[in-house]
Design a protein around this ligand. Structure first.
Ligand SMILES: [Zn+2]
Length: 239
C-alpha cells in the first residue's frame, strides 16, 4: 500500500492510497478534486474510491467532482451528511483496497460523527482532524470527554502505527506542547526537529503513535479534566 500526500489549500493534506497488486487507488478526504486528479494522472493511477473521515468542506469539497470525473464510490461516516456518499461507515465497518482492510472506528470530538480508518496489518491510521502531530482537532461539535476517549483509543494502537492526519499544524502544535510541558525533553527535541523540517520545506506527517505518546500533550493528558484545560488553553494560545 503506497500512500502519497497531495497538499491542498494552505495546510491540508489529501492522501492518495494505491495498491500495486490490484491496481486500485483511493483518496482520503479530498477537499479539492483538481490537485488529486493531477497527481493521480501523473502517476497513472485511476481513482476508484473516496474515503471521508468527517463532513467539513475542506475534507469533502472535491467529492462530487471526483465522482463525476472517475465514477469513484464514496464512503463516509454514517452519522454525518456527506456529499455523494454511496457507503455509510460506522463502528465495526470496513473499507477495502485490494487485499488491504481498513477498520472503521468512531472518534467523536472534532465533529460528532468523525471516523478513523485503521489498517491493522499495515500499521496505518487515517485520522482526519482527530489526532494531529503533537496536537488534536478543535472541539467544534463534541465534548472534551468524547475527544479524550477518542484520542485514548488512537494512542492505544501499536506504537509503530503511522498516523496520517489531514493538516500541517505540527509547528504551532509543537510550540504549544513546549508551553504545556516545559520539562519534557522529547517535546523540546521534536520542536527543534520540526522547525528545521519546516524551514527546509519538508512535511512533518505522518507521525507515529509512539511519537505522540511521548510528545503530544493531549494524548498525554492523564484525565478528561486535564485534557479539557489543555484544549481550552490551546484555543487561545498565541506563540
Ligand atoms: Zn475538520
Amino acid at each position: 500500500m503506497e500512500i502519497v500526500a497531495v497538499p491542498a489549500f494552505s495546510d491540508n493534506y489529501i492522501w492518495l492510497v494505491h495498491d500495486d497488486e490490484s491496481g486500485e487507488t483511493a483518496v482520503v478526504d479530498p477537499g479539492d478534486a483538481a490537485p488529486v486528479l493531477t497527481e493521480a494522472e501523473r502517476r497513472g493511477w485511476t481513482i476508484g474510491q473516496v474515503w471521508n473521515t468527517h463532513w467539513h468542506p475542506d475534507h469533502t469539497g472535491g467529492n462530487l467532482a471526483l465522482k463525476q470525473a472517475t465514477g469513484a464510490r464514496i464512503s463516509g461516516p454514517a452519522r454525518e451528511s456527506i456529499a455523494g456518499r454511496d457507503v455509510a461507515l460506522e463502528e465495526g465497518g470496513e473499507v477495502r483496497i485490494g487485499r488491504h482492510v481498513g477498520r472503521v472506528i468512531e472518534v467523536p470530538g472534532h465533529t460528532l460523527g468523525h471516523i478513523a480508518l485503521i489498517f491493522d496489518e499495515e500499521r496505518v491510521a487515517f485520522v482526519g482532524d482527530t489526532l494531529f502531530a503533537m496536537g488534536c482537532g478543535r472541539l467544534y461539535e463534541g465534548t472534551p470527554e468524547q475527544m479524550y476517549r477518542s484520542l485514548q483509543r488512537l494512542s492505544q494502537l501499536p506504537g509503530d502505527t503511522r498516523v496520517y492526519c489531514a493538516h500541517e499544524y505540527t509547528l504551532s502544535n509543537a510550540l504549544f506542547a513546549a508551553h504545556a510541558e516545559p520539562d519534557n525533553g522529547a517535546i523540546a527535541d521534536r520542536l527543534e526537529l520540526v522547525k528545521s523540517m519546516r524551514d527546509a520545506g519538508q512535511i512533518t506527517v505522518p507521525t507515529t503513535v509512539s511519537q505522540e505518546r511521548e510528545t503530544n500533550p493531549f494524548v498525554r493528558s492523564t484525565n478528561e479534566q486535564e485534557f479539557a484545560r489543555r484544549r481550552a488553553a490551546k484555543d487561545s494560545f498565541r506563540s
